[in-house]
Each structure stands twice: as C-alpha cells, then as structure tokens.
Design a protein around this ligand. Structure first.
Ligand code: ACM
Length: 635
C-alpha cells in the first residue's frame, strides 16, 4: 500500500512539474502583451528579448498596401525596404485560413505567414501594437491567431446625422485597427437620403435635406426644434473612394437601402412612391413613421433602379434592405394594397405584403448576383429564401432564422447598441436611453445558449450598431463607439476572454487614442454605490470595481482605504467623499451625505407597505440615511 502511495506520489509530482514547465515557458500570461483583440495563442519564444531595434519590412509589391504603409508610418522605428536588408518578411501560406496568421518575433528576424491578405494585415496590426504598446526591445513572441467569427461588423447611421467622407474614413480606420471586417453603412432614412443616385436627382435636391431638427430628447414635452436646414449626401465618387479605402483595409462595405419603412425622405422627393397623395416632408424628428413605400410598380421600378446604381458602387456580396419598423397603417388604408393582397392571394394580410415586398426585391437583387440582409422583422410573414437575418430586437429572431437554416448576424439591443448610455453619471451626453456598459459588451457571446449545436454554424458573427439621433458630431461618435468597440472586437475575435486582463490592455489603448486627440469615453473606475440598511444591521456602502483597485474615502478630515466589494460601515452623520481607482487612474469622486436619524437602522416590517422592488435595495432605502432625489428612485 505504502509503495503505491509512493509511486502515485512521484508520478503526480512528475505530471505536476511537466505541466508547470509548459505553462511557465509558453504561457500567454507570462508576457504581458497589449494586443486588442487578444490573439488566441501567444507563446514567449524564450526568456530573452529580440535584438531588433528597428523594423525593416519587406513586402512583395502585390502584398504591400497603402494601409500597411500608413500603419507603419505611424509605428515607431519602422520602414519598408528591400528584401536584402529586411528583418521583417511576410508570405502567403495556403495551409492557413485567409484571416489566420502566424507571427514570429525571434532574436534577429520577424516572420509572418497567412493564408490571405486579410490575415497578413492582422499579423502586421498585432506587430504594430506590440511595437506601440510594449516598445523596444521587443519580446520574442510566437503568435498563432485566427478570428472566432467570420463576420465582425460595425454599423453607422448617417441618416439621422451626416458625417462627411473624412469622418467615415476615420470610422473605418478605427474598425481596421481592431480587426473588424464589415462596415454596415446605413444610408437612407426618414430624416435624410445620403447617397447620390444619378437617375433620381430629387434625392439629392430634396431627400438629402430636412428643414430643421429636433433638439433635446424626443420625450421632452413640448418638443423643440432648431429651425436650421440640415443635410448632405455622398457623391458616387466619394462612395467609390470610401469603398476603395475600406477594401484596402480588408473591410467589406454593406450599403443599407431601407425598405419598405423608414422611407419618408424618399417619399418627400418622389411622392408617387407613397400610398397617399402627399405632399411628404423629410422627417425632422426621430421615431417610426407611417408613410412608407407603397408596393406599387413605380416603387419597384424606383428601388430596382437604385439597386442598379448601388451594385456598381459596392463590390461586396451583401445589400442590406432594412425591413425593420414598417407600420402597416398606410397599407391597411390603401385600396391598391388591399387589391394586391386579394389578387395575389397573399396570406397574413399586410404582414404577408411586407414579405411579398422583400421577396420581390430579394429576387431582383439575387438576379444581380448579390444577397440580401434584413433586420429580423423580415421573418414576419415568411422569410425570403436566401436572406441573411440581422437579429436586433433580441436574440429570438436570430434563433428562429438559424433554425430555418438561414445565416444570421447577431446584434441584439441588449449588448450591441452603442447609442445606449454607458454610464449612469448625470454628466453623460444626452442619449436615446438604455444602458450598455463596457463590461456588458465584453461579456457578450453571439451564439445563444439555447441554440442547438448543429445550428451554430449559421451564426456568422455579430455587429455593434451606432444610431445617431443623439450624436450630432464625430466627437460624439468617438465617445459612444470607440471604447465599447474595443470590447466588441474581443467578443467577436477571441476564443477565451478575461475582463480584468482586457482592462489592463484597454487602459493602454485608451491613453494612445487620447494622445491622438480622440474623444474616448472612460468609465472603468466610476463609483456606483450599493448602500444597504436592513433591519437593525449596520448601514454599509460597497463598490464593485476591477480587481486590484482601491477605494479611498474621506470623512471628518480622515482618509481611509477599502477594497472592492468591502462593506464600508457608516456610523456617523457626515459627508463621505469616495474615490476609486488603481495606480494613477481614478474615476470621478462621489460625495454622499449621510444623515443618521432616529429611524436609521431601525427594524422595519412595512405592512402592507409600498412596493420597493424597483429601487434595488428594498425597503432599506427608507432607513439608510440618504435623502431621496427626484432624479433617481434610490434614495
Ligand atoms: C433598428 O434598430 N431599428 C434596426
């Protein structure tokens, strides 16, 4: 018996040591790289750093791109050179996928291999981030990487607010830096038609401009307007230039031409496309409008002509046809619509008519060799045969489409709407509503838990959407999109995720963009107090903050320290000033006035009692010493 114990003991020790050896010599965590999105395998070649102090990059003319030249023009100590003097070389290796790459930084040379140009770009991006964020001397790294999802998208609404061609290029550049590969360009809206269509000049003269714009929030009562004409559009030359710019960064551009809803701007220009006489006007406020395209022959001719021009501008395989938020009121009232439903034997009434509309446009678009994408409403009344579904009202539409063996791009409002607030601070710029934090985006998995494994292959990936009703400037786009976009890039690229390690890298990247004048949002150390008081137990405050951070608080001139999650006992009436952070990073400080009174900390049993369920801490809010506020039901 003793012998067996000894044998197993020695064997166990051997296995332990050999595993330990592996993890210490080849462990991703051993070397703290700063690459976002985190590569899937990062090995440290040996304990020494590379002797390379300047990147002399050789790239065959067929592989060199203006983007890589620009990237390394901005990267410290690097240049392009001839093969003889190069210490960085890259080759196509068809044994790897087109987006996969191997990057090897050794003592005196750096080699890159990929199955395609996209993968080469991703390898160079990772190398550029190592140089930018680690600096010289470079670590001797061996990286093997490929994306988790083939579709990694960002959307931009240019209908509600218009961003010029230069801004759109900035948006694309930032996407490229984080290895996104699809730019969904939302080009037509009720509030403005933004792409030149040569056959229909009134789209440029009328549909591209609105007479004024809502100011403040839609829910403000009364609503107010700025009285200023607003608009713009991209010429076809600009569109071609932007598409070429994106293509040079391995980003496919998906134009969205909304139908049958969100069409009021087009109707203002061409009233004959609507179900009623008109006149129509380009919308001046946000929302969903009842005036939509009428499914008459003029409309189909118009939309097919538009598609004909669109096809010449966008080489990618997808055209997004919208399909969302199309009220059926105008169709219900229209004699023509009712006649079409009857003559064609369309089931499900107006919902069937929407399906007829989308099916007909799909057939036309397919006949031109392109595929459609539609928002998940295109499931209603029957899905067009080859459509890809973008699931936005949750994940159910995506699940349903995948079960019908259709491709799906996940973009649920819960995790992917970057027009939502990212902080509860009262200082945040006005937003539409919602609450989608950096951590929430980071934690997202596009594959729903409830989806059968054999249907996972239909989930191509995910996308974040940036609707711009409340984002009038490009600085606002940066603020709302850029921080969460880093988290999204990792959600879509990296097989395994670690939020606290992400935050370490995210800090570096945030500093980098700030140094370039970018309007970055930063809310990592923002203090959200949990104040508890229950039935005679102590009043306490605690804060959830990333591991390793500290909380300091000042009361009566004394400063004290606490840890995240620790219950800080409040035992006197006073002003408490809290701040939280790590190293030199802090969030804004938080001031709480506690006013302890006779009922503070009392045992209470509200009966029948009001309903406190919405306030987070239960009935304790009436005995926790904090005075209530009108802004927030929590005090
Ligand atoms: C959408 O957000 N209306 C797709």
């Amino acid at each position: 018996m003793k012998n067996w114990v000894l044998i197993f003991g020695v064997l166990g020790l051997f296995i332990f040591l050999s595993c330990k050896n592996k993890t210490t010599s080849k462990n991703v965590k051993m070397y703290e790289h700063f690459i976002i999105p985190a590569p899937n395998k990062v090995f440290l070649n040996d304990e020494k750093v590379s002797e390379i102090t300047f990147l002399n990059i050789y790239l065959d003319d067929t592989l060199k791109t203006s983007y890589l030249e620009q990237l390394f023009h901005n990267t410290k100590r690097s240049t392009f050179t001839t093969i003889d003097s190069a210490n960085v070389t890259a080759t196509i290796d068809t044994s790897l996928g087109i987006e996969s790459y191997v990057l090897d930084i050794s003592r005196q040379k750096i080699t890159i291999r990929s199955g395609g140009r996209a993968g080469l770009q991703y390898a160079f991006l990772s190398l550029s981030q190592v140089v930018t964020f680690n600096g010289y001397p470079l670590p001797q790294l061996h990286i093997e990487d490929s994306p988790k999802f083939t579709y990694r998208g960002m959307h931009l609404d240019v209908g509600r607010h218009f961003f010029n061609a230069n801004d759109v290029k900035k948006y694309i550049d930032y996407m490229a830096y984080y290895k996104f590969n699809n730019f969904h360009w939302h080009l037509t809206e009720d509030q403005g038609w933004r792409i030149e269509i040569k056959k229909y000049p009134k789209l440029q003269q009328i549909a591209a401009f609105r007479k004024e714009t809502l100011i403040g929030h839609y829910n403000d009562n009364p609503q107010k307007y700025d009285g200023k004409r607003y608009g713009g559009f991209y010429t076809q030359d600009e569109v071609k230039d932007i598409v070429a710019y994106a293509t040079a960064r391995n980003i496919n551009v998906i134009p969205e031409i909304e139908m049958p809803g969100h069409a009021q701007a087009a109707l203002a220009a061409y009233p004959e496309l609507g179900c009623r006489q008109g006149p129509y006007e380009v919308a001046t406020k946000w929302g969903i409008f009842e005036d939509v395209y009428c499914p008459n022959e003029k409309t189909f001719t118009f939309l097919q002509d538009v598609i004909d021009e669109i096809i010449t501008l966008f080489p990618g395989k997808y055209i997004h046809i919208g399909g969302d938020e199309c009220p059926k009121t105008a169709w219900e009232k229209s004699e023509l619509c009712q006649k079409i439903i009857k003559d064609k034997g369309i089931e499900l009434g107006e919902h069937g008519l929407q399906s007829y509309f989308i099916n007909r446009m799909e057939k036309y678009i397919n006949s031109k060799g392109k595929q459609i994408i539609g928002w998940d409403e295109i499931l209603e009344g029957g899905l067009a045969p080859n459509a890809t579904v973008m699931s936005w009202r949750g994940i159910e539409g995506g699940i349903e489409a995948a079960r019908q063996n259709h491709d799906v791009i996940m973009t649920p409002g819960t995790h992917c709407y970057f027009d939502h607030y990212q902080s509860e601070s009262p200082n945040e710029p006005l937003a539409i509503g919602g609450f989608t934090t950096l951590e929430k985006v980071y934690s997202w998995n596009p594959i729903p838990d409830s989806l059968e494994v054999d249907k996972h292959k239909y989930i191509l990936g995910g996308q974040a959407n940036l609707w711009t009703e409340y984002i009038p400037t490009y600085a606002g786009v940066e603020y709302m999109a850029y921080a969460r976009e880093m988290a999204m890039s990792e959600a879509l690229w990296s097989e395994s995720k670690d939020y606290s390690d992400f935050l370490r890298r995210y800090d570096r990247h945030t500093d980098y963009w700030k140094s370039k004048g970018v309007n970055m949002a930063y809310h990592v150390y923002e203090l959200k107090p949990k104040i508890m008081a229950d039935n005679g137990k102590a009043i306490t405050v605690s804060f959830d903050l990333p591991q390793g951070s500290n909380i300091t608080y000042k009361v009566d001139g004394k400063t004290m320290l606490a840890k995240p999650g620790e219950f800080i006992k409040i035992d006197k009436s006073a002003q408490y000033v809290f701040s939280g952070g790590k190293d030199d990073r802090t969030g804004s400080s938080l001031l709480l006035n506690f006013d302890l009174h006779k009922a503070t900390n009392a045992s209470i049993a509200p009966d029948p009692g009001p309903n406190y369920s919405g306030c987070g801490v239960g009935a304790g809010i009436i005995i926790n010493g904090i005075t209530g506020s009108e802004r927030k039901y929590g005090g």
